[in-house]
Design a binder for this molecule. Structure first.
Ligand SMILES: C[S@@+](CC[C@H](N)C(=O)[O-])C[C@H]1O[C@@H](n2cnc3c(N)ncnc32)[C@H](O)[C@@H]1O
Length: 243
């Protein structure tokens, strides 16, 4: 039987490494679940609300593993670039220039995450990215103003898949020249009935950045608050997996 990973706590909060962190949609959810969070992003992300390392995420992770500093952490979340396989690169979107070849960091990220020996989450949008769909979350599960389906591969731990809540209507915006109204806003792109920044902030539950790109890259904190709580509930404070 594999031994459960002991929880490493920082002032009583287990520490989580948030790779490809952007402005911290995922990070804030984990903090609300009870983690102390450190980020890492290749871009300058001044709106990230926690300590973060500016640099290439997999290089940073490899260095943390080599030095042993990875043992400061209890859990890792990663959103490796996925443009290679996500839905925006297929169908009519490909003709808009989003279909060009991108680096796919999912497999190398998984290899390094396995090498940490820590429990982890790999997140990807709905589409063709090559991850296991151990968990799929939707904004309606949390009463949000976005649908934003996201898939999560869980490394070294599991949790229950919640029931998918029926959508209350359509995503507001133009499709093929026709305007559709609905209770959800589109958290991607610009124009064509896309939401204002305040609408996007309200729909996602993100107040600490007003940068459209950061909002449209983020996942709602409600998702990772759910994941973080599920993980902490599955692991007793002693580091033993709860029965
Ligand atoms: C989709 S966003 C992550 C969103 C974040 N999880 C959230 O909820 O706010 C992906 C981020 O990865 C960063 N990124 C892309 N390639 C990277 C790399 N090789 N190393 C570190 N960060 C990278 C981008 O700058 C971007 O901020």
């Amino acid at each position: 039987m594999t031994q459960p990973t002991p929880i490493r706590r920082d002032r009583l909060r287990p520490r989580l490494l948030d790779l490809f962190s952007c402005a911290g949609g995922a990070a804030v959810g984990y903090a609300r679940a009870g983690f102390a969070v450190d980020g890492c992003d290749i871009a300058h992300r001044q709106n990230y609300p926690f300590p973060y390392h500016h640099g290439e995420a997999l290089t940073y992770l490899a260095a943390l593993i080599s030095s042993g500093d990875i043992h400061r952490y209890s859990f890792v979340h990663a959103f490796p670039p996925c443009q290679h396989g996500c839905a925006l690169t297929v169908g009519t979107n490909a003709s808009k220039g989003w279909g060009r070849t991108h680096v796919d960091l999912v497999a190398p990220a998984r290899e390094l995450l396995d090498a940490t020996g820590l429990p982890y989450v790999i997140e990807q949008p709905n589409g063709r990215a090559k991850i296991r769909k151990d968990l799929t979350l939707c904004g309606e599960m949390f009463g949000l103003g976005v649908i934003r389906h996201r898939n999560f591969e869980l490394g070294g731990w599991t949790t229950r898949q919640p029931a998918h809540a029926p959508h209350r209507g359509r995503v507001r915006g133009y499709r093929h020249g026709r305007f559709y109204d609905g209770p959800y806003v589109a958290a991607y792109g610009n124009g064509g009935g896309k939401p204002s920044i305040p609408e996007l902030q309200a729909a996602m539950g993100i107040r600490w950045t007003d940068v459209r790109e950061e909002l449209t890259e983020a996942i709602p904190p409600a998702y990772t608050k759910f994941i973080g709580r599920a993980y902490l509930a599955a692991v007793a404070p002693t580091g033993e997996v709860a029965a």
